[in-house]
Design a protein around this ligand. Structure first.
Ligand SMILES: CC(C)(COP(=O)(O)OP(=O)(O)OC[C@H]1O[C@@H](n2cnc3c(N)ncnc32)[C@H](O)[C@@H]1OP(=O)(O)O)[C@@H](O)C(=O)NCCC(=O)NCCS
Length: 182
């Protein structure tokens, strides 16, 4: 896990701090994920599926064998964004950072925070995790903002999983796997 100092930048008008996540952030991360999950089409879970066990699980695994970053904004309580990913315990996948999820609070989306978190992630992986040569993630086809963000950062589409997502209205949609390779 990176222990670099926090970086402070100005996103629109508010001062934003991006720092390494900590175990104590779990409660604020849960509140953030519930707010993000209220809008379908982004993260896979609905608000009721953002359980303490889910959040504690990914925080623990990301701290132990991955990367977890959080963003705070001056004058805004809690966290405005979070990104995490972690490696499998299996040796054949030890070079892969997976289970990647990013969530920006609905009130803070479109301000460049998602891009800032990913730029920081790629910097950390490039310089502090030489053993990681692949980062993988998945986004549903209608999530244009996420797909544009990932492809703009160098992630490549690796196919198309037809009918994998069932939307709240019952329609089926494709999921798009992407990967960044060192
Ligand atoms: C997807 C998400 C992480 C992007 O973060 P963000 O801070 O809102 O996005 P940014 O402001 O950094 O912009 C990212 C890119 O999307 C583009 N973008 C912004 N709004 C857009 C829109 N409505 N449609 C298409 N592209 C859009 C931006 O131009 C930018 O592209 P660039 O990097 O080429 O300049 C964020 O919106 C989010 O958390 N959404 C809900 C949860 C989710 O979808 N998570 C990802 C699941 S795979």
């Amino acid at each position: 896990m990176s222990d670099r100092g926090a970086e402070r930048t100005v996103a629109t008008t508010r001062l934003t701090t991006i720092r390494a996540g900590r175990a104590e952030d779990a409660l604020a991360i849960r509140a953030l994920y519930r707010a993000v999950a209220a809008t379908p089409g982004g993260i896979a879970r609905s608000p009721g599926e953002v359980t303490p066990a889910y959040v504690d699980g990914f925080v623990t695994k990301s701290l132990a064998r991955g990367v977890i970053l959080v963003a705070e904004q001056d004058g805004v309580p809690g966290l405005v964004a979070e990104l995490h990913g972690y490696r499998s315990e299996l040796r054949i996948f030890a070079h892969v950072l997976g289970e990647l999820t990013v969530a920006v609070h609905p009130a803070a989306q479109g301000q460049g925070l998602g891009r800032q978190l990913f730029v920081r992630l790629l910097d950390i992986v490039t310089h502090e995790h030489p053993g990681i040569s692949r980062i993988e993630l998945i986004a549903q086809e209608s999530n244009h903002r996420a797909l544009r963000l990932y492809e703009g950062l160098g992630f490549r589409r690796e196919g198309r999983l037809d009918g994998r997502i069932r939307n709240p209205d019952g329609t089926l949609e494709a999921d798009i796997p992407l990967a960044w390779l060192r």
